[in-house]
Design a protein around this ligand. Structure first.
Ligand SMILES: O=P(O)(O)OC[C@@]1(O)O[C@H](CO)[C@@H](O)[C@@H]1O
Length: 395
């Protein structure tokens, strides 16, 4: 692993440029999420008033402090809350603004406050609808045919299932126009999958960290990939990192892991076998689930605290899923697209693989020809449309 990067940092993304993608998330997606949450449950008038206040604050007002008795107020202070309080949500780092929005949304619906709404995930109805959808049945029944195929074919199918599962992002669906790209550019803009497989030979000794992203139709294929790697002896154990509380609409929490697992074990055919593999791996300690507070921090992974760093440092490979985790991995900066992925991830304490569909402007590691072809075909639409994906690995 290189010791340090010589690449000068690119600008950190802010949300203050009208017409930009970050600006649209703050100005349009966040109000849409507040509307969705209002309709998710019969919240009482106090909850509705708190949502009104959050809507006014995040669109026209300034960043407000957490209540003095909030359990995590000190943590947010350490993460920059005092510095940003009183400023417009649009003028502080976009990653910070988005993360704080979800924290304040949970405050508004009483998620952390003792009372009837404590612990009620405002996004659970949409997550469950997705998990119960017919498309999920279809994806699970496709596993029956896959189990008869040669192992390398299974490897590829399950890796790609996990990769493209990242399109199933409920926040993204609130604002994306779901047009498929009409261009002829290949769907994968970078593919280091050979390197990924070379890091996990079937010797039965590797530890995998998987930093999960969305619940439902992304988490199910992530779990299938873990089950497959365990069964093939490519890993001996896995640590699944999820969010400590509901975040970015569809990000996976522990309740979502249990829902996904039950969906698998109660499905017919091969899906249930994968489910039982995972169930026994959890009960005997080969598969553990972690929900570290930093998983929902408004900061890049370069700022990981020591106790969390120890996990990828000890792992054979860490797989980082999804768009937001990619932004955190490379620093949420507007890098030139050809900036080497290996250089912007030198801070990461072990081999790392990003599996991500492209849903925000941040990108690194493209070769110049690929970038030119994408721009010629789609201008900059390929960055945010969710129609392209990447597998990037740093050993
Ligand atoms: O991390 P995910 O689920 O792949 O995508 C997260 C996302 O939908 O949310 C952010 C904007 O709010 C962007 O990073 C991206 O568009």
């Amino acid at each position: 692993m290189p010791e340090r990067s010589d690449t000068p940092p690119a600008p950190v993304l802010l949300g203050n440029e009208p017409g930009s993608f970050p600006h649209s998330v703050l100005a349009e997606r966040h109000p849409a999420i507040i509307r969705q949450v209002r309709e998710a449950f019969p919240y009482d008038p106090d909850r509705h008033r708190a949502l009104d206040a959050l809507l006014a604050s995040c669109t026209e007002g300034v960043i407000e402090p957490l209540p003095a008795d909030a359990h995590d107020r000190d943590r947010w202070t350490a993460w920059g809350a005092e510095k940003y309080t009183g400023r417009s949500w649009f003028d502080v780092p976009w990653l910070w603004s988005e993360s704080y929005f979800y924290r304040q949304l949970l405050q508004a619906v009483g998620y952390f406050t003792p009372g009837p709404w404590q612990g009620i995930d405002p996004f659970r109805p949409s997550k469950l609808a997705e998990l119960d959808a017919q498309e999920t049945d279809e994806e699970l029944s496709a596993l029956d045919a896959l189990t008869d195929r040669p192992v390398p074919e299974q490897d590829r199918a399950l890796l790609h299932g996990s990769l493209w599962g990242n399109r199933a992002d409920l926040g993204f669906r609130l604002s994306a126009a779901h047009d498929e790209t009409s261009s002829d550019t290949p769907p994968l803009v970078a593919d280091d999958s050979e390197t990924l497989w070379s890091l996990l030979p079937p010797t039965g000794s590797a530890t995998l960290c998987l930093i999960a992203d969305n619940a439902g139709r992304e988490l199910v294929p992530d779990l299938l990939l873990i089950a497959h790697l365990l069964t093939q002896g490519r890993i001996a154990r896995a640590v699944l990192h999820i969010k400590p509380y509901p975040y970015y609409v569809s990000d996976a929490t522990h309740a979502d892991v249990l829902d996904a697992l039950r969906r698998l074990t109660t499905a017919p055919g091969a899906a249930a076998r994968y489910g039982h593999t995972l169930w026994s791996a959890m009960t005997d300690g080969r598969l553990t689930v972690r929900a570290h507070p930093f998983a929902a921090a408004p900061l890049p992974y370069a700022a990981m605290p020591a106790d969390l760093r120890a996990e990828p440092a000890a792992a054979t490979l860490t797989i980082v899923k999804g768009d937001l985790n990619y932004r955190r991995l490379v620093g949420d900066r507007l890098w030139p697209a050809t900036t080497p992925f290996t250089e912007v991830t030198t801070h990461f304490p072990g081999p790392v693989a990003a599996l991500r569909t492209l849903k925000s402007d941040v990108i690194t590691g493209l070769d110049a020809g690929t970038e030119a072809a994408l721009v010629a075909a789609e201008d900059q639409k390929w960055r945010t449309g969710g129609t392209h994906a990447l597998i990037q690995v740093r050993r």
